[in-house]
Design a protein around this ligand. Structure first.
Ligand code: P6P
Length: 347
């Protein structure tokens, strides 16, 4: 069971204790502390809303700015990306950054020392919700530079999610929370704005193995493949159907918010492949959305799957690769994997 902390342990103290226990190195402690401070700055910008002059689309009047995903960039997408890049440029703990908002990785400038970590992030996930004041978040993932140090290229980032040394997200909601794993459990910290510090508010988050709550955008139902159709039909059949119980549905359309709910009370989050764009494996990106969320969920006792394999085992082929995502309560993820195995003639 997760426990409330009193007196509150700060993120700084938690990281020092992890380093003292030999579970993280000094440079990784520094990296996580820098990312947390950058997220505090993003939280301030997001919380200003219309008063901050940063709502709406980036780009000039009449010509929107688009990212490599082909998505319109929000002003806050660009601002959040810049905050993370600037915060991490000079510390000497990183070799390069990669972001949803940048076509290719950005090596640390030659003017600064380089470290042996690689940082990936979705600087402001769910940003389409910004203009309607719904929770959004920053997702980050940390890998080691495979060559130790030196200039990094996109190819150095192409490591499976199981190679992550840390992952987390910061959710900008009614409160700002940082949820983090360095491979020893998943822990939640809440921003105390008066102190300007993240305080440990939930150690060892645990996802219940079973659930009666699912999260998927059902408006895409007609585009799903048969095993996904079969699985959701069983949920919707409720207690009269084969599952023998009623299910509730939630869809915030902000992955950080939906995943935070699942880490807090269980559930299954799904963004499957669909035939609207058959050439794409899914909507969500492997390297800086599915992998970090997969680590957090597994470290909290849950499961994260493509429907056919563990997300953290997927071998990346390119930086902005997409993947189908089923994650959360492990018995529910197993149920949808069984539907895929049956459809594939493997069960
Ligand atoms: P849809 C936000 O744009 C995002 O990448 C995730 O945060 C979210 O889960 C998903 O897309 C929502 O997608 O198709 O329901 O708008």
């Amino acid at each position: 069971m997760s426990t409330q902390e009193n007196p509150r342990v700060s993120l700084t103290r938690y990281l020092i204790e992890e380093q003292r226990a030999g579970r993280i190195e000094a440079d990784l402690r520094q990296l996580i502390a820098v990312v947390a401070r950058a997220c505090t700055s993003i939280s301030i910008a997001v919380s200003k809303g219309a008063l901050g002059g940063v709502l709406g689309d980036a780009g000039t009047a009449g010509s929107m700015s688009m990212n490599i995903q082909g998505e319109a960039q929000k002003k806050l997408d660009v601002l959040s990306n810049d905050i993370l890049l600037e915060a991490n440029a000079w510390g000497g703990h990183l070799a390069a950054c990669a972001s949803e908002e940048m076509d290719h990785c950005q090596p640390i400038p030659d003017a600064y020392p380089r470290g042996n970590f690689l940082l990936l992030f979705d600087p402001l996930d769910g940003s389409s919700n910004i203009d309607v004041n719904v929770s959004v978040g920053t997702i980050f993932s940390v890998l080691r530079h495979p060559d130790g140090v030196g200039a990094a290229t996109d190819a150095h980032f192409l490591q499976p999610g199981s190679a992550q040394v840390a992952a987390g997200y910061c959710i900008y909601g009614p409160s700002t929370m940082l949820v983090l794993s360095v491979g020893h459990g998943t822990h939640a910290f809440t921003l105390d704005r008066e102190q300007g510090a993240f305080l440990l508010t939930q150690r060892d988050m645990r996802i219940p193995a079973d659930t009666a709550e699912f999260a998927v955008n059902v408006s895409n139902q007609r585009h799903w493949e048969p095993p996904m159709q079969a699985y959701v039909e069983e949920l919707l059949a409720g207690k009269e159907g084969p599952r023998g119980k009623d299910f509730n549905m939630r869809w915030i359309a902000s992955m950080v918010a939906d995943v935070h709910r699942i880490l807090t009370r269980g559930g299954i989050f799904i963004y499957p492949w669909d035939r609207r764009d058959p050439g794409k494996a899914g909507k969500l990106r492997l390297m800086y959305e599915a992998n970090p969320m997969g680590l957090l969920v597994e470290q909290a006792g849950g499961a994260a799957s493509t429907g056919r394999e563990r997300i953290l085992d997927v071998p990346p082929q390119q930086l902005h690769q997409r993947v189908p995502v089923f994650l959360g309560s492990r018995n529910e993820v197993a149920a949808v994997e069984r539907q895929h195995a049956i459809a594939d003639g493997k069960a």
